[in-house]
Design a protein around this ligand. Structure first.
Ligand code: COA
Length: 161
């Protein structure tokens, strides 16, 4: 049984992330979507909010489980028995930063494999920070985030209520 882990800050989870999670779940037997603390970023949503939004978006995906982890990604993978880390690539700048992270993770845990999925072309422009910025000005985030999460994101982030 191949277990994979799709880690990220997911602040918030976007349609780009949803696409990668669903596609990854077809290539591994069990997928953990892992919400990790990124110490260098201040998050807009609490861990519980992020997890609940991801669970709502992935409702019905029987081989996906949403988890949280505060520590190293390689330790999270070990704890859950995952042998594959899934990351997504939107463009060449993602590639460069991912290579650096891969090198570090491989040094920490040589047995782990990192598998990259290219973003769907129509979702390449999406990022969590763009969602946060648009929502904070009350702009539409339709087509950026799962429909089921749209209202809560606007309510939480829109400066004009
Ligand atoms: N669709 C939409 N957005 C995407 C995306 C996709 N397919 N792929 C990447 N992104 C965006 C995210 O929205 C996010 O955008 P933002 O910066 O504008 O908010 C950005 O890419 C990076 O997000 P993410 O993939 O979640 O990475 P991250 O840098 O926030 O977190 C961790 C990466 C959590 C996996 C990493 O920090 C980690 O492993 N932390 C644990 C500590 C550790 O093990 N450190 C050692 C390894 S260096």
């Amino acid at each position: 049984m191949i277990k994979g882990i799709f880690p990220g800050s997911f602040d918030p989870f976007t349609l780009g992330h949803l696409d990668i999670a669903r596609r990854s779940a077809r290539v591994v037997d069990k997928l953990y979507v892992a919400v990790l603390i990124n110490a260098s970023k201040r998050s807009a949503f609490t861990m519980d909010e992020r997890i609940n939004m991801i669970r709502a978006a992935l409702d019905g995906e029987s081989n996906i489980e949403v988890i949280s982890f505060d520590g190293l990604l390689v330790d999270c993978a070990k704890q859950y028995g995952a042998s594959v880390i899934i990351r997504s690539l939107r463009d060449s700048s993602d590639y460069l930063s991912e290579r650096q992270m891969e090198t570090i993770n491989k040094r920490l845990c040589p047995d782990l494999e990192i598998v990259y999925l290219n973003s769907a072309p129509e979702l390449m422009h999406i990022s969590s920070s763009a969602v946060r910025e648009l929502a904070s000005y009350g702009c539409s985030i339709e087509g950026f985030v799962p429909e089921i999460n749209r209202k809560i994101i606007i309510e939480r982030l829109c400066k004009n209520g």
